[in-house]
Write a protein that binds this ligand. Structure first.
Ligand code: CP
Ligand code: NVA
Length: 296
């Protein structure tokens, strides 16, 4: 089984992976040799801090061996076809995890490798982030019936988060400028599990929210659009005034890296109810959860 999209696991599988993530955090020693003998390939076509470090540490702490590869060496789709890269790496490695531009490359690799393939971020999803996000959310309150508002660009982080939160019974709202809404297929898929609202009205969306989440306005690879996006997303900055519209006790979330002063102010990122570094920590525990789920 692969974890390329949050929906790949189904609701039961996703709950199972979340449970393993929570147990791995609570009792890391219990899983200290769960991946003994496993070689885990971690491949990057884009920069990374959290994913790079949390995944390597997670594999090591499970008793496996991480091997990080950069695209400068592999040349995915240029030096070698993705299907051939997959069939080659599959002969050496027991798990493949990749950060790519085109999600289609992951689909091809997933189809040509027998080893489980994990998405470490693509243009379509960031499913490992979403597992850490719901783990973090579950640490603050019971999730069914709670309200999460994602503000900003409805792309990879938003897609995975919508699915993950909806599968846990969270009401999902997305406030995005026109033209930057999540793809209809994600709205439809998440709506099968919970109520989902997509709106351009950011103030109304935040009212009554228990969780307020944002991401950068220009993702990796979209640097050329940064100036235009700054103009279009200006009204979607999460500042203290907007955050105050959320419920008392509401939690602020961000996958990081943050562009402070753009999508979020320092006052919110460093707010006593910001959980952004818990999210970063949980990337490690939840990567263990997903590895345990896919290999045991
Ligand atoms: N949140 C996240 O994926 O961070 P990195 O890009 O630093 O890995
Ligand atoms: N949407 C961002 C997330 C970074 C973790 C990007 O794709 O760059």
């Amino acid at each position: 089984m692969n974890y390329l999209r949050v929906g790949d696991l189904g609701q039961d599988g996703f709950l199972n992976a979340l449970d393993l993530s929570i147990r791995a955090k609570r009792d890391p020693a219990h899983f200290g040799s769960a991946l003994a003998g496993y070689e885990v390939g971690l491949f990057y076509m884009k920069p990374s801090t959290r994913t790079r470090v949390s995944t390597e540490v997670a594999v090591s702490q499970l008793g496996g061996r991480p091997m990080t590869l950069r695209n400068e060496e592999v040349g995915l789709g240029k030096r070698e076809a993705p299907a051939d890269v997959a069939r080659t790496l599959d002969r050496y490695l027991d798990v493949l995890a990749l950060r790519v531009f085109e999600h289609e490359h992951l689909d091809i690799i997933g189809a040509h490798a027998k080893a489980p393939v994990i998405n470490l971020l693509s243009d379509l999803e960031h499913p490992c982030q979403a597992l850490a996000d719901v783990q973090t959310m579950s640490e603050s309150r019971s999730l069914p019936g709670s309200v999460l508002t994602f503000i900003g660009d409805g792309n990879n982080v938003c897609h995975s988060l919508m699915m993950a939160a909806a599968m846990l019974g969270v009401e999902v709202r997305v406030a995005a400028p026109e033209g930057y809404e999540p793809l209809p297929e994600y709205v439809e898929a998440a709506s099968q599990y919970s109520s989902v609202l997509v709106t351009a009205d950011v103030n109304a969306a935040v009212e009554g929210s228990d969780f307020v989440y944002t991401d950068v306005w220009a993702s990796m690879g979209q640097e050329d659009e940064a100036a235009e996006r700054r103009r279009l997303f200006e009204a979607y900055r999460v500042d203290e005034k907007l955050f105050e519209r959320a419920n008392d006790g509401a939690i602020f979330l961000h996958c990081l890296p943050a562009h402070r002063g753009e999508e979020v102010t320092d006052g919110v990122a460093d707010h006593p109810r910001s959980r952004i570094f818990d999210q970063a920590e949980n990337r490690m525990h939840s990567f263990k959860g997903i590895l345990l789920y896919l290999t045991q």
